[in-house]
Design a protein around this ligand. Structure first.
Ligand SMILES: [Zn+2]
Length: 81
């Protein structure tokens, strides 16, 4: 199997999937993915995508909560040091 974008080699890896769900950002670790060794493009099988969607719809217990800084590309303000 090769990458649909660059034709590079694709290997099976565990990836971190980040999914925006309204005001929530879901981070799902250890998702089986096919990752291109050249450009890093990740592909998920339809079965895995279905599983991922369950995390958005069902309220599973997260393993931990992290604080995420949110930036806006058009709004750059240096922090006071
Ligand atoms: Zn690629």
């Amino acid at each position: 199997m090769s990458c649909v974008f660059c034709g590079g080699n694709v290997v099976a890896k565990k990836a971190t999937f980040i999914y925006e769900h309204g005001e929530q950002l879901l981070v799902i670790r250890g998702v089986p993915a096919e990752v291109c060794t050249t450009c890093g493009e990740r592909t998920y099988s339809p079965e895995i995508t279905d599983e991922i969607m369950k995390f958005a719809k069902q309220r599973f217990q997260p393993i931990k909560l992290i604080e995420v800084p949110v930036f806006d590309y058009g709004h750059k303000v240096a922090t006071a040091v």
